[in-house]
Design a protein around this ligand. Sequence first.
Ligand code: BGC
Length: 716
Amino acid sequence: MAGTTRLQNFLMRGRRRRIEGRRVRWASLSKERAGGTPPYLDPARPVGERVEDLLGRMTLEEKVGQMSMPPAASAALKGLSAIFAPLLGTANERLLVPPLAATGTSRGATFLATAFPVAMARGASWDPDLERRVHAAIGREARAVGANVLLSPCINLLRHPGWGRAQETYGEDPCHLSRMAAAAVRGIQEEHVMAQPKHFALNSIERDRFHVDVLVGERTLREVYLPHFEAAVGEAGAASVMSAYNKVNGQYAGEHRHLLSEILKGEWGFDGFVMSDWIWGTRSTEDAANNGLDVEAPAPRFYGRRLIEAVKSGKVPVSRIDDSARRVLRKKIEFGLFERPPEIDLSTLCCEEHIALARESASKGMVLLKNDGGLLPLDGGKIGRIALLGRFAKKARLGDMGSSWMRGKGAASPLAGLARRAGGARIDCYAGRSARKAARLAEGADAVVVVASLTPRDEGEWLGSWLPLGGDRERLGLPEREVETIRAATAVSDRVVVVVQAGGAVTMSEWIDEARAVLLAWYPGKEGGRALADVLFGDVNPGGKLPFTIPRGDEQPYPLGAGRPSQEYGYFHGYRYFDKEGLDPLFPFGFGLSYTGYGYADLRLSAEKLPPGGKLEVSFELTNEGERAGEEIAQLYVSCRGSTVPRPVRELKGFLKTPLRPGETKRVGLELPVKDLAYYDEKERAWKVERRRYEVRVGPSSRDLPLAGEFEVVDG
Ligand code: BGC
């Protein structure tokens, strides 16, 4: 069976037996009940009626049973096996309520499933439809191992380029993040698997994630850190949300009334359930339950028996228990868990279609940052010898080794990918330490490809100081060893292509002038080496663009601020901060080159004046001015001049990816709902659209916006 091992098969055998057992019991129970099926088991009845019928049959203990994952005794074992098979919880044998079965990450469904390029790579594709397809594939693989909840997508905004889990999210801008988040949720749920956008909210300093108190103003919270969660929930209908470990303004996110009850469930009308992040995500019994945490994961430490006692002693009202149980049951019914027991099918893991998608998404996410003199693409027919250098030239890099750790076996390394594509060219590959040997191979080569990578030691999920893995990057440069290899190569060759593998921004000022070409390949997943060859040889025209700003040096962004008990999150970060401070980044947000060139012309706005409830239609002409087909990501930014509140110089408000043949021109359009221009008024606790003039700019990156127009918002 493709992509599976004996261990996974063994674990799945147990799972299958249990599911079969449930089916047999179910069948015999249905016979016993010749008198009629209870309403909650009748799929023909409305969901609300089924939920209330079932809830009405449950004891307090059974309702509380819906509020935590498995009993503590088996949780540790199950937790361990969860990387191979989903973690089960909240079943009820008496009433035949199926369990939640949770698995996965934004990179793949289990340790042994298809390893897709990390989410940041897909963020760089600026392609929501591709993201929908990738997450549908991850959802399909999750379902194939018996899961019904996918612990994904991670949509925390990248506040600082050095965040250790940068690779798990999509970027630094809330508009871009919202489009990717909504697409991911839709993809997962298309497969009848519940999405669980995480970590709600403001989880973006890895080292301190379990205790840091994030201090944030209401306007910053609403405009910068929450819009993408609202998109995932309100627009895409996520079935559940994972709360974060950290505190927000003095209160743990897993028991935060304002976040969970007032905003998420109240204002946004979220009708799914909130599950805590694992182990340290639930911090109390009463506060968590009363303030809106529905399910404790991965085991009932504060819920379970303690929650039953809290209800009996009047500290938690029964209405809160009913509300949480109702939320879980509603999603179980809506997602067909009662009618459709899981069909385990390990042949779906790493199937051909998913492998092809892994390759497509890897190549579409790569960002070409520099290509002097058109060194790339390499001409397979003309190249005699390639020197392939770097510590990870022969080894695929899939990303960190935290909860989204994926098996590397069988993944295509840069060498494997290039060797397959290089035709008659000879490849001299050296992954050792000696700069002298690297230089010797680089000298005289027709092309020198240096693969420079970060590792799980440099960045990744932080699991504690006892493990030498993960954490944030205070220094944004490449490790010294990688820089030495680049220098050794550039000292003897002017045909050096540096391929950077990382999950976040890497500063390059110390070596970039000497390199002819730079390709940001991210951690490109199981098919990474082949996708790299696709781009280097021009079979795929790189079209990715940066989903964050790359600074010139560590001093440019404000410090990440790790190691402090509390950390203030201000209104400005990323390109908004760079623009406000007049800083010149190495590469701006939205930047990316291609093997062709694009022209922008003839901006047209549908109106000069619009009411606050209106919608502006923005159209313009895009031309592929080169000789290769490609896909251009056009970006639309808006500035509000003379605002009564501090505003970003410009804010991304829309983007569009358009395929264009050589020489082709297309008129393309984007819609800008005027409500998207609102700011959050802290005093009045309301969104406000200012009646002012707004400038619209369109172009290929946040710092290159050749088209400009204006319109005014007036009372309607
Ligand atoms: C992470 C979550 C993850 C969970 C289960 C936690 O430590 O923060 O993102 O889903 O573990 O693996």
